[in-house]
Structure formats: C-alpha cells, structure tokens
Ligand binder design. Sequence first.
Ligand SMILES: *Cc1c(COP(=O)(O)O)cnc(C)c1O
Length: 375
Amino acid sequence: MKAKIWLSSPHMSGNEQHFINDAFSSNWIAPLGPNVNGFEKDLQEYLKEDTYVAALSSGTAAIHMALILLDVGPGDEVICQSKTFSASANPIVYRGATPVFVDSEKDTWNMCPEQLERAIKDRIDKSNKPKAIIAVHLYGMPYKVDEIHSIAQNYDIPVIEDSAEALGSSFHDRKCGTFGDFGILSFNGNKIITTSGGGALTTKSEALKNKAVFLSTQAKEDAPEYLHKTIGYNYRMSNVVAGIGRGQMMVLDDYVEKRRSNYKFYRNELNGLDQIVFVDEPEGFFSNRWLSCILTESFEMREDLRQLLTEENIECRPLWKPMHQQPVFKDAPHYLNGVSDDLFEKGLCLPSGSNLTDNEFDRILNCFKTYFVQC
Ligand SMILES: *Cc1c(COP(=O)(O)O)cnc(C)c1O
C-alpha cells in the first residue's frame, strides 16, 4: 500500500516545542498562563482592527459562547449557512434554538444574499425574527461580506462570522474574523494552523471578551469560596495547547502562501480539462485556500475520480453535504436555490496540506491523467 496522502494534515514548524517547554518548565500546565495570553496577543496583532480574542477549547465552543453572549435561547431562530460543516449549526441546538438554513451563491459558495433576505422576511412574517446569522467563509473563501452585513444591518440582526477555515483570508485587505459582531476561529488538527484542538472567539469589545473568558472558566465570581451566579462552561484553552498555537503563528503567512500555491498548481495542471471547473477569487477577495476544491461535470465523474484517488490511498472528500440535507436537521426550515445541492453533487476537495511534497503531487496528478486518458 502506498503511503497515505492526507486532505489536510498538521504541519509543525519546529517553533512549537520551545513554547511547550516553557509551559512545562514554569509548571503552567493549566487552562491559563503565559502561552494563552501570548497566543491571544499574537492573534490580535495578526487580525488588527482593534479585535479582542478569547482563546477557547474549540471553534465549536466559540460558536456556542457567541450564541450565549447574544442571549440566544429556547424558541429563538438562528439563520445559518447551509453549506458548511455541522459544527457551525450544532451550537444553535445546544441553546435549544432552531437553525434556519440558507443556501449559497455561485461566486464564493457561501451564503446567498438574496436567499438570506428572503429568509429574514419570511421568518419576520411568521413572527419569529431571527436572533442571529451565522455566515461561513467556507474552504477559506470569504463570503460576500458587504452584501451579507448590509442586509444584517438593515434588519438589525447580529452576525457570527465563522472563520474556522479562514484564518489568513481577507476581504479588501481586512482579515476574516474581524467583520462579525462575533467571529470564531478553529485550530483543530485539520485547519490551516493547529493546536491539536482549539478555537477562539473574536469581538470588538474588551468587556465581551472578558465575559467570554469568565463564562468559559466556570463563571467563578470574585469571592474566596466558589461562588456562582450564572451557569459556567469549561471552555478555556490549555496553556500547553496555546504554546503550539504560538509556534504556528510564526509560520501562518508561509502556510497561506503554500496553500495558495497548491490551488495554483491544481489550476494550472488541470486547466486544459473542460470537465473541471475552478472558482477563482472575485475582485477584493483573498482566500487562504485552506482546501483546494474542484467542480466536475457530474456526480458520476466526481465519484469515479474520488474512487480512483481513494484506491491510490489519497484522501479526498466530496464538498460538504449541506445541512438541509442532513438527517439530523431534516425538520429545520430552509431557503434554497439549488446551488449547494449542485456543489455537493459535483464537487471534490483535493489534498491541500502545507506540507505536501512534489512526489505526492505527482501521485495525485497521475490519477487525473489516468482517468481522463480513459474517458
Ligand atoms: C472546523 C470547523 C468548525 C469547528 O471548529 P472545531 O475547532 O473543530 O470545534 C466550525 N465551523 C467550520 C466551518 C469548521 O470547518
């Protein structure tokens, strides 16, 4: 069996160990400490725009925290991009609220402004104005920030910006993760930088950041005994894990460049094939190209290619199955235009790690060559 080629594998730079050693030698083996503060500062300096960052245990926890801070609860509805990973939507259910799914547009594959407005109007007509909107920069491609945020503003609905896949992406030179009322980041093992597992909440308000940290460390009141006036969570990032994050921040821009060059490689090499479509960045959009994705002509072609790659021990995956198609969300209201269904049918994510080798790229390309010579 040939060695496995992963879709997106962790890529340590060598800088991480130094920060982890610091944690051990100073005995900060706890969900607080210098690495946590340092990692938050690194992220704040990277994101700019006077952003405050709370380092948490996962991106999912960060979305949950954003919904708590927006006071989303039972009976509320929250609009969520349908084409996303389930972690965007699950925390809505943790709050006892109902997700309302909105389809994508073709330019970025993210939330469609027309469908968003249609959904908001219809939910208001049904006397349940959405309490929040979760928009996603999927695969690192920014969503249509201007359109989505101007609709949200017109209806006075806060936006949670799911930037789990988009650290290093930007829209008109402003970093993703800084546009929403809250933003979230993920440092899960498969993301562009990883801390093995981890996430962050971003906000423009220092008070809200402090509140997120307070709630994420069990909501302990300032008293000698353990005193609680609210329900708390154990969502803070560990100081050991944050050390990995500090080392990874030193190479983030290099990894963005590498992932973007992966995309360019696929695009150049497969450009001659009419059957394969790439989605380039619209003017002003800058994607970290977390994953390189292609659209094929048909479901059958996508499946043939997927099987061929899988047989060669090359990991690849259909574009995320939309939430409105997920059995677990079958009863959720949705506003569709066919785009995300079509993308799911024909789309494929290709190996995209920042540590892919020339030899691995050759193996991947060979599969395409084999397939297109045959057909
Ligand atoms: C990974 C991911 C999350 C969740 O982040 P975790 O850190 O794994 O909890 C949320 N949304 C999207 C779009 C993701 O890709």
